[in-house]
Design a binder for this molecule. Structure first.
Ligand code: MN
Length: 161
């Protein structure tokens, strides 16, 4: 039997953090009804130099979207009033009339990860599981600058235990 010691563990190679290229400052529209997650998302995005517009339900996010252009939308799936899937469908319907194709990344509980087909059908580009992993969020936001949102979020999802 081999007993591992703390000393031996500390000598083991540590996994390198995911290399994330710094992204250009983006204007990000966020829909999230949970205060703790609102603060976390705001802190992470501000650290990246992005401009944040925070809303707390699906009705507000659609209203803000129709007033202003954004580079990226982060959409909580479970929200009061109008949920994230309904809000995404409404935004896609507006875009069908006015043009544009804003990347939308869903933020969702682990239990709903199996609903991938439903998410994509609603018009979401990608989704990140909650609790939010800061490096996965930063990778997805960085990818929004080069149109690779789906790829980055898929990688983040695979790495999530
Ligand atoms: Mn929620």
């Amino acid at each position: 039997m081999v007993l591992k010691t703390a000393g031996a563990d500390s000598l083991a190679p540590k996994p390198k953090p995911l290399a994330v290229a710094p992204s250009a400052p983006l204007s990000v529209l966020v829909a999230e009804d949970n205060r703790v997650n609102q603060r976390l998302i705001t802190r992470l995005l501000e650290r990246g130099g992005h401009r944040i517009t925070m809303t707390s339900n699906g009705r507000e996010v659609v209203a803000r979207y129709s007033e202003e252009r954004f580079d990226l939308i982060l959409m909580d799936v479970q929200m009061p009033e109008v949920d994230g899937l309904q809000a995404t469908a409404q935004i896609r319907a507006l875009e069908a009339a006015t043009g544009g194709n804003t990347p939308i990344i869903a933020l969702t509980a682990h239990a709903m990860i199996g609903d991938r087909e439903k998410f994509l059908a609603a018009g979401l580009d990608a989704y990140l599981p909650k609790p939010i992993d800061p490096s996965a969020l930063q990778a997805a936001v960085a990818a929004a600058t080069n149109g690779a949102v789906r790829d980055a979020a898929s990688r983040a999802e695979i790495q999530d235990p």
